[in-house]
Design a protein. Structure first.
Length: 303
């Protein structure tokens, strides 16, 4: 009979990361469709101001009702507010203005270039290693996205004006991603997201008042449903998931998931808005998936 002490074998813990990534991608990609629907019935600046203010008030009110102490320092509060201006006010303000004259699919395509610019800036500013595997993955993602939208760009239904706004939106989210990693705010992501939304809404108020007309709002169920999704699923849940992924995956690896947005966005745009999609448009999913695998695998290896 052995007298050796028994050794407790730790139980394997469930890995929630793939599910969080999948939920983030679904929420983020569907937001382009919800946004396209919403701006049809409401000026973008009014829509976003109401969305951000409501999301910020809800988040901070829930925290207050739970009796939680303020978990952020003054420095972190100001950092979250700054990131909110970049990631919310500018990114979505410019992007939704662009959605008035470009398709939801093309809007998703332009933002999906985020990983390329983020990877380069992360290597320069954050010392994230830009390995050959990451470079190959990013190139595959670009190639895949190009294949997906090849025919859509030739249709000629998207305006140059809207494309410029979408490109400016892309620059804003890249800047917001780098700022989050560079300034590294501490504390609760939940409360930090509330600060971001509230700051974004306050910044947009004067622009909404002077540049938009409340008389252009057309109240209906489509607008109500889109607004509810954008506020709860987009501003509250999707942004918390996004910043969580940035913390655990790194800027380059987390941003690589944006390559999934064009195929998912086109699928949702086809199902909900009836936007034209051909089977050959979806061939780019293969290099996109392989590119994300290479970027995120190399990111985990480096960590």
């Amino acid at each position: 009979m052995s007298l050796a002490p028994s050794v407790a074998v730790p139980r394997p813990t469930f890995n929630w990361l793939p599910l969080l990534v999948a939920l983030f991608c679904l929420l983020w990609s569907f937001a382009f469709v919800a946004g396209k629907t919403a701006v049809t019935y409401c000026p973008p600046l009014i829509l976003l101001t109401a969305r951000f203010l409501l999301a910020g008030i809800l988040i901070l009110a829930i925290s207050a009702l739970r009796g939680e102490r303020w978990p952020l320092t003054l420095r972190d509060t100001l950092v979250f507010a700054l990131i909110g201006v970049a990631n919310n006010s500018l990114f979505l303000g410019l992007g939704y203005t662009g959605l008035q004259s470009v398709s939801a699919g093309l809007g998703g395509l332009i933002v999906s270039a985020n990983p390329v610019f983020t990877a380069v800036l992360a290597a320069l500013l954050l010392n994230e290693q830009l390995t050959w595997r990451k470079i190959a993955g990013l190139l595959l993602g670009v190639i895949g996205v190009g294949l997906i939208v090849w025919h859509r760009l030739s249709v000629g239904t998207d305006s140059a004006h809207g494309i410029l706004f979408s490109l400016a939106s892309l620059a804003s989210i890249v800047a917001g991603t780098i700022l989050f990693k560079l300034l590294a705010p501490k504390g609760s992501l939940w409360v930090g997201n509330g600060v971001q939304n509230l700051a974004a809404g306050i910044v947009l108020i004067p622009f909404a008042v002077t540049l938009a007309d409340i008389g252009d709002v057309v109240p209906n169920l489509q607008l109500l449903g889109s607004f509810a999704f954008l506020t709860l699923g987009g501003s509250v849940l999707a942004y918390i998931l996004w910043f969580h992924l940035l913390r655990v995956c790194g800027a380059t690896a987390a941003s690589a998931y944006h390559f999934l947005m064009p195929p998912l966005g086109m699928l949702f745009a086809f199902l909900v808005l009836g936007e034209h999609v051909e089977a050959r448009d979806l061939l780019g999913i293969i290099p996109v998936a392989l590119g994300i695998y290479l970027v995120t695998r190399s990111g985990r290896a480096a960590a």
